[in-house]
Design a protein around this ligand. Structure first.
Ligand SMILES: [Zn+2]
Length: 374
C-alpha cells in the first residue's frame, strides 16, 4: 500500500524565494504545454516530448528532469479528461523523483531548483521516523501551504493507516446547503435540491388528503426518499473524503449536537423545512467510516458560535448574521456566505496541525466526552 507522508522543509528567505520562483516557472511551463497539447489534441508522452522538450528547456529555463516531469504532469491531467484543457495553479505542486531529489539520511533532502540543487533540513517527527520514514520511496510532491514548504513523500505502508495531515478541511453541515467546505465548495447540487423539494411538496399534499390510498402512497414515497437521501449522502461523503485525501488534509466536523442546537433556533418554518428532514447523522457516519477506510483523520470540534464568529477578527456576535445564509462582521466588515464562514471556523478549531503532531486529534476528540462541547 502507498501512503502520503508530509515532511516539512526548513528554508531561509532566499531558499524560499528560489523554491517559489521554481514553482511558478514549473507551472507556467505546464500551462503552456497544456495549451499546445490541447490545441493539437495530443496526449501522447513520447510525441509531446519529441516536439516540445527542447522548447520547454529553453523557453522556461527548465532542467532536463523538470522538462520530463512537466510533460508527465500535463499528459496525466489531459488524459483524465480530454474534453477540457488542463490548467495548473501558479503555485501548484512540483513532482520530484529520484532524478531531481535525493535524501541525505532522513534529516536532509536535496532538491533541484531553477538554479541547481539546494539542500534543505527536514523536520520529521520521532514518531514518523520510527514508523514510516524508512519506507520513503523515490517520489514526492513539493507543495506550498500557508507560507511553508512540505514534501508529500510516498511511503510503503504495511497496512492502511492514518496519514499525517497538512492542514484541515472544515465541513459545515446544513446551514443553507447540505455540506459546504472551508474551500467554499458546496457539495449538494441543484438537482439534489430540486428532488428534495419535490419530495417535501408531495409529502405535504399527501398528508393533507388523509385517505387510505394517500397513506399507502406516502409510505411508498418515504421508502424511496430514504434511498435518495442515502445515495446523496454516499456521494457527498465520498467527495469530501477523497478531496481531503487528495490534498493531504484532515477533516473537521462539528460535534453532532451542534446541528440539533442550531436547528432549534431557526425561526422560519420554510427554512427549517429545508433541511430538518435531512439525515445529517447518516452523512456524518458515512464521512467517518469512509475517512477511516482511506486513512483520513477526522477531528470533532465544539460547534458553539461557528456560525457567528468572524474568521478574520474573531468577533462573535449574533448580528454578524443579518440573514440566515449571509455573514457580515459588525467589527471588521468581512462578508461571505454563512456556511462557508462556519466551515472556516470549524477548520480553524482543530489545533495547530504540524505534520508531526499526531497527538493533536486525540486531544480534540477528548473534549467532547467531557461535556465542554455541549
Ligand atoms: Zn470581523
Amino acid at each position: 500500500l502507498l501512503q502520503a507522508l508530509p515532511v516539512k522543509l526548513e528554508t531561509s528567505e532566499a531558499e524560499k524565494e528560489l523554491l517559489l520562483s521554481t514553482m511558478k516557472k514549473y507551472n507556467e511551463a505546464a500551462n503552456w504545454l497544456a495549451e499546445q497539447a490541447f490545441h493539437l489534441k495530443l496526449a501522447n508522452k513520447i510525441e509531446l516530448q519529441k516536439r516540445f522538450y527542447y522548447q520547454l528547456r529553453e523557453q522556461f529555463n527548465l532542467s532536463a528532469q523538470f522538462a520530463v516531469r512537466v510533460i508527465s504532469k500535463v499528459v496525466e491531467a489531459y488524459n483524465r479528461d480530454r474534453s477540457i484543457k488542463p490548467t495548473f495553479r501558479k503555485l501548484g505542486a512540483i513532482q520530484y523523483d529520484q532524478r531531481n531529489m535525493s535524501w541525505k539520511g532522513l534529516d536532509k533532502v536535496s532538491l533541484i531548483t531553477l538554479q541547481g540543487r539546494i539542500q534543505l533540513p527536514t523536520r520529521i517527527g520521532e514518531y514518523q521516523k520510527k514508523s514510516r520514514a524508512d519506507r520513503i520511496r523515490g517520489q514526492a510532491d513539493l507543495i506550498y501551504r500557508k507560507g511553508k514548504f512540505y514534501l508529500i513523500a510516498v511511503v510503503d505502508a504495511p497496512e492502511q493507516s492514518e496519514f499525517d495531515p497538512v492542514g484541515v478541511l472544515g465541513v459545515d453541515l446544513g446551514i443553507e446547503n447540505i455540506a459546504t467546505d472551508s474551500d467554499g465548495q458546496v457539495f449538494s447540487g441543484e438537482k439534489v435540491e430540486q428532488t428534495r423539494q419535490r419530495y417535501n411538496k408531495r409529502r405535504r399534499i399527501l398528508q393533507k388528503i388523509k385517505t387510505k390510498n394517500s397513506k399507502r402512497t406516502l409510505k411508498k414515497m418515504s421508502g424511496r426518499e430514504k434511498c435518495f437521501k442515502r445515495d446523496v449522502n454516499h456521494v457527498i461523503s465520498k467527495a469530501i473524503v477523497s478531496k481531503a485525501k487528495g490534498t493531504t488534509r484532515a477533516i473537521a466536523l462539528e460535534d453532532l449536537s451542534g446541528i440539533r442546537q442550531r436547528a432549534t433556533v431557526v425561526r422560519h418554518t420554510r427554512q427549517r423545512d429545508r433541511h430538518s428532514k435531512w439525515s445529517f447523522n447518516q452523512l456524518r457516519q458515512f464521512v467517518e467510516y469512509k475517512a477511516k477506510r482511506e486513512g483520513v483523520q477526522v477531528g470533532v470540534v465544539n460547534p458553539r458560535n461557528t456560525s457567528r464568529e468572524c474568521p478574520k477578527c474573531h468577533c462573535i456576535d449574533a448580528r454578524n448574521r443579518p440573514t440566515r445564509d449571509y455573514f457580515k462582521c459588525i467589527e471588521c466588515g468581512y462578508e461571505a456566505m454563512a456556511d462557508y464562514v462556519a466551515a472556516c471556523n470549524i477548520a480553524a478549531r482543530v489545533p495547530v496541525n504540524e505534520p508531526m503532531a499526531v497527538s493533536v486529534f486525540t486531544t480534540t476528540a477528548s473534549h467532547s466526552p467531557s461535556g465542554r462541547g455541549s
